[in-house]
Design a protein around this ligand. Structure first.
Ligand SMILES: [Zn+2]
Length: 361
């Protein structure tokens, strides 16, 4: 595919935001970058032949100049000169290194629609396997999240609130998990055969790779996503930590494996091919988390996971019904990586998924 120009432009405008001295102009550039990142069409499709640059709400003349530069040369000498003049080249390069392989909204839509790409289509996506409710840090109830999934045409989903090792996200105790299970059972009764809500949990991976739930607690839920939320900026190799996590009996999915955040952190350093091999051996799925600021794994890493023999889970990590749409971003990465639907848990019929989870019979 051609370069993701909208992402390139948004990143350059963000660079300008970073070097502004006044809060106000910083905000202005951030809004402009965001507007470009969220455009539904590639910038080239918005320009009529022979016409001026398009009017984009929140994008002012200085940001338009960046767009013009990129359209003409693929880069922006204006931005590079401003960065050099600011004396902040090192800080900007640091941020740039943390914005690699994040897709713009337009590129996500292109990837979903491009018939040349293999991989899952929206219609193949039968359910989300990581989402949160107000039991932990989500914004709404279990029932509201389930209803939103039904509205999206899903056949199933897993409620995966945080476990107690993450107090900052109001993680659930064992008692909470039991009470939530009763609520999930009620939702399932109300919805009948057309939809199945699985009782899951997002267990926290400690610095030594151990989880914050006992074997009995892990065994009591239908689906365990294990994910790291600390030690994500620690320099040095964490291969052993991640291998220990995927080898823990009861774990089904390694959630947002790197723990990266756009423009902010790389996340965990590890020999990922070794981690993926260990996950494949342990039959643990590797997640593509579709949260726009995470996109973790990205398509390049997802390809490596597939080559190591892994299955994948494509999840929204939604904390509100609207955010279920983040699954599109995970789908786009899977399509760009050419992942066949057969290797994606969310594309399996419920019976096959339950068999794999060890939850049937
Ligand atoms: Zn998480």
């Amino acid at each position: 595919m051609t370069p993701d120009l909208n992402a390139i432009i948004a990143n350059l405008i963000e660079d300008l935001a970073e070097i502004q001295e006044s809060k106000q102009s910083q905000m202005g550039y951030r809004r402009a970058a965001h507007a470009v990142l969220l455009l539904e069409q590639p910038i080239t499709a918005l320009i009529e032949p022979g016409a001026d640059l398009p009017v984009i709400p929140n994008v002012g003349p200085k940001s338009l100049r960046v767009i013009k530069d990129v359209l003409e040369t693929g880069r922006s000498d204006t931005v590079e000169a401003a960065v050099d003049a600011s004396g902040q080249r090192t800080a900007i390069d640091w941020r740039r290194a943390r914005r690699i392989n994040f897709l713009s909204r337009a590129r996500v839509i292109e990837a979903l629609e491009d018939p040349r790409l293999g991989g899952p289509r929206r219609a193949d996506y039968l359910g989300d396997l990581q989402m949160h409710s107000d039991w932990s840090d989500g914004k709404t109830t279990v029932a509201a999240m389930a209803a939103a999934c039904v509205e999206r045409g899903y056949r199933y989903a897993a409620m995966t609130d945080h476990s107690h090792g993450l107090p900052s996200a109001h993680g659930l105790t064992r008692d909470d998990l039991n009470r939530q299970r009763a609520e999930i059972d009620e939702v399932n009764q109300t919805l009948g055969d057309r939809f199945c809500l699985l009782a899951g949990v997002e267990a926290n991976i400690g610095l030594d790779g151990s989880l914050d739930l006992t074997a009995a607690e892990l065994g009591a839920v239908d689906l365990v996503v294990a994910a790291a939320h600390a030690g994500l900026r620690v320099p040095g190799d964490q291969t052993r930590r991640m291998i220990a996590a995927v080898q823990t009996p009861g774990v089904h999915v390694l959630g947002h494996p790197r723990g990266r955040v756009r423009g902010n952190r790389h996340g965990i350093e590890a020999d990922w091919d070794l981690v993926f091999e260990a996950a494949a051996r342990a039959n643990v799925a590797i997640e593509i988390d579709g949260d726009p600021a995470r996109q973790d794994l990205d398509h390049a890493m997802a390809r490596r996971a597939i080559d190591a023999g892994c299955v994948l889970a494509l999840d929204s990590d939604a904390h509100a019904p609207m955010e279920l749409g983040f699954a599109d971003i995970a789908l786009a990465h899977a399509r760009l990586a050419g992942v066949p639907s057969d290797r994606i848990l969310n594309c399996w019929p419920l019976g096959r998924l339950l068999d794999w989870l060890g939850r049937r019979g």
